[in-house]
Write a protein that binds this ligand. Structure first.
Ligand code: ATP
Ligand code: MG
Length: 413
């Protein structure tokens, strides 16, 4: 027998019975983001590897372990693991810094990370995200968080938790990094291998470690004292206070979490995540923050920016299942030519119409209609000869006979 080829590990088909939920995610994104005056941008799925090495940061797990990279005509290409770097590349390349600020962009699409597949973690997954360029003021951070919360609310997701932190600026963070390294020095040999590697290059990332033995070390009082200390400079603190006061005013509940450092290198000041308790261990649906240095680091003009990305599979698993939609009408007839003609007419008026292409017995057709449609549209010999249609309401069993041109108004009520 011919061998069956299966879907790749960590990837999934989105099947017809699931696709309505995806449509909902996408439709609400377009609706809500448009209200906030964001415009959609669609960038390529692969980019130069260097873009991610520089844009995401070469001390991150994404760049070190998770990228799908290949050579083609002597070029190193990578399937995008996230889309901020791609959007920033496009922003620079298309001279969007010249547009009047803020420039507000959103995207959706597949991302690729070579991770260990598990619940809530795939190798091809989808993100929807927003990026706002050109505003350094804290109102931008607050509006971007408000947008995330509004979008989640539109999907019926209210019981989510916003976590927030400030990473300060590169200057004030330097001091904090030094202190963290100092207090962790005696524990160096007890840290996991990843943490030992990050210790020099990116000590803040240690706080994000998910390994139990590391978490125990970070829980020690003398280490907690450093982690919990207020290290950010007055300017950064002022920005952070303003963001929080706007969120208070908007009645957006949040918790401050000093361990929230986010996986990517490019964040400064505000970082945030939105979590659900209904997701098990991969419980973050949204991650984002401010990245004021990225545009410049990638060769553009100095442009502040803030944004977030949400995992669409994780969002999907929180949505209630959507019942398959019924057809408006199922034409019951033994004259395919007349059924085709009526179907064409009614579809043209916007109705969702099916009929029996295999021309089965009347009773079989009625049976099928009662399962999949709201109305049976009976087109027997009498009806055909008199230019009428008998309409049976399949939830009340009431039947009326009307002129063909009145079918749509009868159904729509
Ligand atoms: P995590 O800590 O879960 O690995 P991350 O920091 O790598 O998250 P981001 O890069 O911030 O995640 O991506 C934003 C969102 O995209 C996450 O909150 C999550 O919902 C989703 N996401 C990230 N990686 C995956 C994946 N491999 N499979 C499914 N969804 C993912
Ligand atoms: Mg990750």
């Amino acid at each position: 027998m011919t061998k069956i080829i299966k879907v790749q590990k960590g990837t999934k088909d989105i099947l017809p019975q699931e696709v309505e939920q995806w449509h909902k995610l996408e439709k609400n994104a377009l609706d809500i983001f448009t209200r906030y005056r964001y415009k959609e941008i669609r960038t390529p799925i692969f980019e130069a590897t260097e873009l991610f090495a520089r844009g995401v940061g070469d001390t991150t797990d994404i760049v070190n372990k998770e990228m799908y990279t290949f050579e083609k005509s002597d070029r190193s290409i990578t399937l995008r693991p996230e889309n901020t770097a791609g959007v920033v590349r496009s922003f620079i390349e298309n001279g969007m810094a010249r547009l009047s600020a803020p420039v507000k962009l959103w995207y959706k699409g597949p991302m690729f990370r070579y991770e260990r597949p598990q619940a809530g973690r795939q190798r091809q997954f989808h993100q929807v995200g927003v990026e706002m360029f050109g505003i350094k003021e804290p109102a931008a951070d607050a509006e971007v968080i408000l947008l995330a919360v509004d979008y989640l609310k539109s999907l019926g997701l209210n019981d989510l938790e916003v976590e927030i932190n400030s990473l300060g600026c590169p200057e004030c963070r330097e001091e904090y990094k030094k202190k963290i390294k100092e207090v962790l020095k005696p524990e160096f040999d007890n840290l996991c291998e990843d943490c030992r590697n990050r210790y020099e290059k990116n000590p803040l990332r240690l706080l994000d470690c998910k390994v139990d033995s590391c978490k125990e070390i970070f829980a020690k009082p003398e280490i907690q004292e450093v982690i919990q200390s207020d290290f950010i400079c007055e300017e950064c603190a002022e920005h952070y206070r303003a963001v929080k006061s706007y969120l208070d005013k908007l009645k957006i509940k949040y918790v401050e979490n000093k361990l929230l450092v986010r996986g990517l290198d490019y964040y400064n000041r505000t970082v945030f995540e939105i979590k659900s308790n209904n997701l098990g261990s991969q419980n973050a649906v949204c991650g984002g923050g401010r990245y004021d240095s990225l545009v410049k680091n990638l060769g553009g003009e100095d442009t502040p920016a803030v944004g977030w990305a949400m995992g669409m599979e994780r969002l999907n698993s929180l949505l209630p299942e959507i019942e398959p939609e019924k057809s408006d009408g199922y034409i019951v007839s033994n004259s395919p030519a007349d059924a085709l003609e009526l179907a064409e007419e009614l579809r043209g008026q916007g109705l969702k119409i099916e009929f029996d292409l295999a021309n089965k017995k009347f009773t079989k057709q009625l049976e099928k209609a009662s399962k999949i449609a709201k109305f049976a549209l009976i087109l027997g010999e009498d009806e055909i000869n008199t230019g009428k249609v008998s309409i049976k309401n399949l939830s009340t069993s009431k039947q009326v006979t009307v002129d063909r041109k009145e079918v749509t108004s009868e159904i729509k009520g």
